[in-house]
Structures are given as C-alpha cells and as structure tokens.
Ligand binder design. Structure first.
Ligand code: NAD
Ligand code: UGA
Length: 435
C-alpha cells in the first residue's frame, strides 16, 4: 500500500518506519524543513532505542522517504496518517488542534482518488467530524473517509510497542474503511494483535480513557506512598500485594515523582475540559491531576528535608532530567520542575542525563550540566535520583559517598535498598518506604 504520514515526530517516525518494515511504501511529510533535511541524510532527530536501525534499513530499501512537500505523497496515498502534535492550548488546557486542522487543509488540496485519512494524533472526541468537515469544505469532490486510529505506544519502548501492540483501535463511520485499515495492519493482525473496530467517537475517547486510567493508577500509588511514609508501611510491598490481583494488575504502580511526559499531563487536562464541554465533571481525573501536581512539591519538600530544612547556598546533584528513561524527551518532566523549585530556594543544581541535557539546558539554563553520572555528586549536599536510567541503577556507591560534602542520597524511583546505601555510608531517603 502507499501510505503518507503527516508529522515526523515520535509517533510519525516510529509508525512510518514500522509500516515501511511491513513492506508498505511510506512517505513521511513534515513542515519542519531542518528535520526533513536531517532525516534525508539519515540523521534521526530524536532518541528512541532501535529507531536508527529501523529507519536506515527501510530508507536503504527505498520503502521510506522524507519530504516537506504534500503534493505527490498525498495524491498517491491509499492512507494518510495525521501524526502531528496536539499540545495543551495556552490558557485553557484544551487540546490545541491547530496543527491537526492545518495538516488537514494541506492534505485536502492534494487528495486524488479514494483515500482514507486516519488520525493518529490524540484528539478530543468529535475531532474526526471536524476533520471530515474541513476536507469536504475544501474538496467537495474528493472520495475520502476519515477514521480514528489512536496510538498507544510508549516512548523508550516505541518500536516494541509498534510491533507487539496490546490492541489496535480503529474508529470508522463507513465500512469501506474497514478493509483498508485491515490491510494496513495485516502483519500485526496475523500476529494476533486484536484489531478493534468501533465508531470514530468511541475510538477517540478510548485513547483519552486509557491515558487517564494509567495516570490515575500512578497518582493512586503516589498517594499510597505518602500514607506509607507516615504510617510506617512499604509502598513497594503494597504495590506487589495489590498488583498480583489480576483485576488490578502490577503495571503502573511504581511510586515516584509523579507522571510527566508529552502525553499524560496534557491528555488528562484536555479530557477534563472536553467533559466540561459536555456538562460532565470527571472528578477522578481532576483529582489525578491535582495529586500529580502536588507530588512534585512533596518531592521538593523531601529533598529540602534531607538537607536539614534549607537548600539555600547548597549544591544538589540530580541524576536524570528526562520524564522517563530511554528517551530524550523532557516535556513536562518532573526533574525540570524539581530543579526549578530548588533553584528558586537558592540551591545550586548540577545534573546529568544520558540524553536529556541538550534540551534541558534551553529550558532550565541555570542548571549546571555535568559530564558523567558521578559529577553531580561532587561536593553535593544531596544527590537525587529522579529518572531511573539503567546507568544509575548500579552506581559505585562508595565512590558517590566519597566525593559528596554530605553523603545524602534521595532516591525518587526506589531503585536502591537501604542496606546497600548504609553500607556505603550514605543516608538514604526514598518514596513510600520506611526511612
Ligand atoms: P512531535 O511533537 O514529536 O511531532 C509532531 C511533528 O509534527 C513535528 O515534527 C512537527 O514539525 C510536525 N507538524 C506540525 N504541524 C504540521 C503540519 N501541519 N504538517 C506536517 N507536519 C507538521 O509529536 P509526537 O510526540 O509524535 O505526538 C504526535 C501526536 O501523537 C500527539 O497528538 C500525541 O498526543 C500523540 N501520541 C504521542 C505519543 C508519544 O509517545 N509521543 C504516543 C501516543 C500518542
Ligand atoms: C504513555 C502511555 O503509556 C502510552 O500508552 C501512550 O501512548 C502515551 O503515553 C501517549 O499517549 O503519548 P509515555 O508517556 O511514553 O506513554 O510513558 P509512560 O511509560 O506511560 O510513563 C508516563 C509517566 O508516568 C512517566 O513520567 C513515568 O515515569 C510515570 N510512571 C509510569 C510512574 O511514575 N510510575 C509508573 O508505575 C509508571
């Protein structure tokens, strides 16, 4: 099949490379000319494990090309995926759909022959109707069907998620789209990935419901962690104890500094706003958002407490800046807020991250970027593990303790055990576990 992907970001690149790997002929289009020029030369603009190899293999085979031009790619496409961003709209927290609608208008100009336009971007319920209206307004003659095909991949595990999805959700309003989308995903379908057809609005809402539910699980365990700390219980054991109940499930029960990233924060907020437009109050999702915001303050309090109640003039080392490991994405990362709040309280913050420092330097220029994982410990009054990159999981703790001014380790991801910290001479604090 001939496929066009509009938007060559995290989702567009992974989807494009993945579909090309199935043997489809894929053209990825982006308005960012620098990004496309880099991609054409084989330079991948984001860090996603396995993506380099997948892209280069399919580019070399001639199945994947990049362009800034919509013309031929759209005209020839059987399916056009929209994979542009839908960030929070400034001021009101609704999803900003301007990129989706801009892309839709550009696509409309070039439609030729029967085409399915599939929205992969996360968009509020009803957006497909508006995409359909825009297409009809600009091209009343076009034979086009709009479907919703939300994406469920995780950054850092995106290739694996693409190849082995738990399910593929496709929202259609016309049966002709079913055959086309079944053909797109045939290799996965044959691998037993459930292909779930539903109507378009249901598919759109399913995406937000999934993200909100996962975010709620994280906020739930973070609230339990606070109670565990006060009551002398261990949140990791609580999580294990409840997670083994298959009705609950063990995933997304790791207490930490709160969820971040380009999706949970914006999607939970947009869902609440969409619900309000329908006169529905999503009190659980609202509480999830509030608990997550509070979690960042609690983490700062924990760090300040570890420094004797005052961080002014002190040096705090941070391990990790990205919102999770195996990505270079710092959007809404807890580490960025924590660094900012510590600096506001007069601390000097030194950080190291395997992939996130270039982006973070632009957002929090006051943070000193270190050269390696041990450098933030140098003369520090506390070392804080914020993102659980593998290289922070087996630090030489004696070396860490040896270079710190005050040997205090605050583990916001519960990676270490108290005994090993104590053996190395480090005072240890974690999340939801007895001190
Ligand atoms: P991104 O910011 O990484 O990439 C978006 C790309 O679209 C950018 O390269 C931008 O230049 C391009 N773009 C913007 N307007 C355009 C236009 N009119 N024409 C062509 N290109 C245009 O975004 P992302 O993280 O890939 O997310 C895309 C969508 O997928 C969002 O709705 C997001 O919520 C959703 N999503 C993201 C993830 C994820 O892990 N990042 C997972 C599931 C769903
Ligand atoms: C999330 C979803 O997992 C994907 O299914 C979805 O497609 C995507 O959002 C999206 O819509 O963009 P992602 O944001 O890449 O994926 O990362 P997650 O692994 O879900 O982690 C999100 C945040 O929650 C991270 O900050 C992570 O540290 C935090 N988290 C996650 C916890 O604090 N505890 C957990 O147990 C799990």
């Amino acid at each position: 099949m001939k496929i066009a992907i509009v938007g060559a970001g995290y989702v567009g690149l992974v989807t494009g490379a993945g579909l090309a790997d199935f043997g489809h002929q894929v053209t990825a289009i982006d308005v960012d000319a620098d990004r496309i020029a880099a991609l054409q030369q084989g330079v991948v603009p984001i860090f996603e494990p396995g993506l380099d190899e997948l892209l280069s293999r399919n580019m070399a085979a001639g199945r994947l090309v990049f362009t800034t031009s919509f013309g031929a790619a759209i005209a020839e496409a059987d399916v056009v995926f929209l994979a542009v961003g839908t960030p929070s709209r400034r001021g009101d927290g609704h999803a900003d759909l301007s990129y989706v609608y801009d892309a839709t208008r550009k696509v409309a100009e070039h439609l030729d022959g029967f085409t399915v336009v599939a929205t992969k971007s996360t968009v509020p319920v009803g957006t497909g109707d508006e995409v359909e209206r825009i297409l009809a307004e600009h091209r009343p003659d076009a034979d086009v069907l709009v479907v919703s095909n939300p994406e469920f991949l995780r950054e850092g595990a995106a290739i694996e998620d693409f190849k082995r999805p738990d399910r593929i959700v496709v929202g259609i309003e016309d049966e002709r789209a079913r055959a086309v989308m079944t053909e797109v995903y045939r290799p996965l379908y044959l691998n037993q990935a459930p292909l779930l057809f539903t109507n378009r609005r249901t598919a759109e809402l399913t995406k937000y419901a999934a993200n909100a539910f996962l975010a709620m699980k994280v906020s739930f365990i973070n609230e339990m962690a606070e109670l565990c700390e006060r009551a002398g219980a261990d949140v990791q054991e609580v999580a294990r104890g409840i997670g083994l109940d298959r009705r609950i499930g063990s995933k997304f029960l790791h207490a930490g500094p709160g969820y971040g990233g380009s999706c949970f924060p914006k999607d939970t907020l947009a869902l609440v706003r969409t619900a309000a437009d329908h006169d529905v109050s999503l009190s659980l999702v609202e509480a999830t958002i509030a608990a997550n915001a509070r979690q960042r303050f609690l983490m700062v309090d924990k760090i300040v407490g570890a420094c004797g109640g005052d961080v002014s003039g002190k040096t705090i080392g941070l391990l990790g800046l990205t919102f999770k490991p195996n990505t270079d994405d710092i959007r809404d990362a807890p580490a960025i807020d924590i660094a900012t709040m510590l600096m506001e309280r007069g601390a000097r913050v030194v950080a190291y991250d395997p992939q996130g420092m270039a982006a973070a330097a632009l957002v929090v220029p006051g943070v000193v970027m270190a050269e390696h994982a041990y450098a933030p410990a140098d003369n520090a009054d506390a070392l804080v593990l914020v993102t659980e990159w593998n290289e922070f999981r087996s630090l030489d703790l004696a070396r860490v303790a040896g270079v710190m001014r005050h040997p205090v380790f605050v583990d916001l991801r519960n990676v270490y055990r108290r005994e090993e910290m104590q053996r190395a001479g480090l005072r240890y604090m974690s999340v939801g576990r007895p001190d």
